[in-house]
Every structure is written in structure tokens, then in C-alpha cells.
Design a protein. Structure first.
Length: 259
């Protein structure tokens, strides 16, 4: 099985390149399943039901998220009903939605997807490490193929999660910082790892926002509206080849697709 994990989709520009390029990429690279972080797909912050369903039509099988999942309140009810959109599992009991899901991939069996969020420089949530243990135990009852979105700010926390889950899951893919790292590897236990798989959106920008506005903020420290940029659109992510019988990764490769 070959799984493509797409980095944070930002705004209309990010959605558009997914629409234009994903189906051809799936065919060209013989990709069986696509997971995408899309917590910034709606205007650069949040996601709506319409956009989630649109991305599914474009070829995304599972949508993961992070701290921005709550920006559009209209998504709350949909999260409780959806089996393909997940939010970080380590939010406290009572948060809408689910933190993990299992989907059927035609002709290839099932894959489990777990969404976690880090705590370093972020919100004080439940422990993602302990939560991961609990969720993976349940997922492994149904499938050996499990992909984890570790949505976190600190590289140390992401690396630690990779080592913690080595041999227990197929892959640990970092998201949130929007900059693709060059440390993709297969860990000794057979788990694919990358600290951040990158961003799907405008690269003539500061992590997706108009660079002039971000620079102004750094220079003046005055609040302003961070508008989504619209030039040099690229789709970044990683492809992971999987031995479905064992759930171990056999290869991992960075992906960069330009508009």
C-alpha cells in the first residue's frame, strides 16, 4: 500500500492545487490512500463542512487537523457525525468529534488514522503520549496500518513522539509549522517519520500569509490582519510505502508539487 500525507492545506489556493493535481498524482504514483491536514483550509484558519466534503471529492480520504479546527463553529456538529474528519485525540472529554478513525481503502484493506496535538508552546491539553497508547491499542484491534498526525510546535516533542511510537504505528508525520523538513526516515522498528511534511498553499509568503503583513507585525508589534497569500502555490507532503501484513513502513519520500 502507498499512502500520501499532505501537509497543512491553507486557504483557497491550497484547496485549488489539491483539486488540480491530486487525482493525477494518485494515478501517476499509484497512491492508494490520501490523508491531509486541512485545519487552515477555510480562509487560512479553520474548516467548514462544505470544504471538508469538497476535499473528499478531490481525492482526500481522511482529513486531520489541529488547534485551528475550532475556528469555524459550524464544523462542531459535523465533527460529531463525520467518519473522515478528525481532531486531536488529546482534547478533553466533551470536545466534539473523534481523534481517530478507520477507513476502508478499496482493494487494500483498512487504515487507521490518529490525530494528536503537542503541548510545548501550545495549549495545555491531555498528554498526547498516553493518549496515543490508548488509541493505538484500539486501532490495532482492526488494522496494522496506522498513520499518526503529530500536530505540534516543538521539533523535540515531534521527534520524541516518533521514537515513542516506533514499531507501534506505520508512520508519525509532523504538521503545524508549515515548513517541510528534510529528516524523513524509517526508524528501527519500521515506523516512517518526518518532523514536518510541509504546507499546501502559497510559498511566496510567510507560512501561507502575505509576507508584507507579517514583516510589518514583526517590525511594529502592532496587530494587523494576516491575509492569505496567493502566489507560488505548491503541494507538499510525504509518500509512505507500507507492508500491510505487518503495518511497517518500507519507504518514505518527500513530495513537492508545483502548480
Amino acid at each position: 500500500m502507498r499512502v500520501l500525507f499532505i501537509g497543512d492545506i491553507v486557504g483557497e489556493a491550497g484547496r485549488e492545487i489539491v483539486r488540480k493535481k491530486l487525482r493525477d498524482l494518485r494515478q501517476e504514483k499509484k497512491i492508494d490512500a490520501v490523508i491531509a491536514n486541512a485545519e487552515n483550509a477555510a480562509g487560512g484558519s479553520g474548516i467548514t463542512q462544505r470544504i471538508a466534503e469538497e476535499l473528499k471529492e478531490f481525492g482526500v480520504d481522511v482529513i486531520t487537523s489541529g488547534d485551528h479546527i475550532w475556528k469555524k463553529r459550524e464544523i462542531y456538529d459535523f465533527l460529531t457525525r463525520s467518519d473522515f474528519v478528525v481532531r486531536p485525540a488529546n482534547y478533553p472529554v466533551g470536545a466534539p468529534g473523534r481523534g481517530a478513525t478507520i477507513v476502508e481503502i478499496k482493494g487494500k484493506g483498512q487504515i487507521g488514522v490518529l490525530n494528536l496535538m503537542g503541548r510545548v508552546f501550545m495549549e495545555a491539553l491531555d498528554c498526547p503520549f498516553r493518549k496515543a497508547e490508548k488509541e493505538i491499542t484500539e486501532l490495532r484491534k482492526k488494522t496494522a496500518v496506522i498513520l499518526v498526525d503529530m500536530h505540534a510546535e516543538a521539533t523535540s516533542e515531534k521527534v520524541a513522539m516518533g521514537w515513542f511510537l516506533d514499531g507501534k504505528v506505520t508512520g508519525v508525520v509532523g504538521t503545524h509549522t508549515h515548513i517541510q523538513t528534510a529528516d524523513e526516515k524509517i526508524l528501527p522498528g519500521g515506523t516512517a517519520y518526518i518532523t514536518d511534511c510541509g504546507m499546501t498553499g502559497p510559498y511566496d509568503s510567510v507560512i501561507g500569509r502575505k509576507k508584507e503583513l507579517i514583516i510589518e507585525r514583526f517590525l511594529t508589534q502592532l496587530p494587523n490582519k494576516f491575509e492569505v497569500a496567493d502566489r507560488d502555490i505548491q503541494m507538499h507532503g510525504v509518500m509512505i510505502d507500507v507492508d500491510t501484513s505487518s503495518g511497517k513502513a518500507t519507504a518514505v519520500k518527500r513530495v513537492q508539487v508545483k502548480e
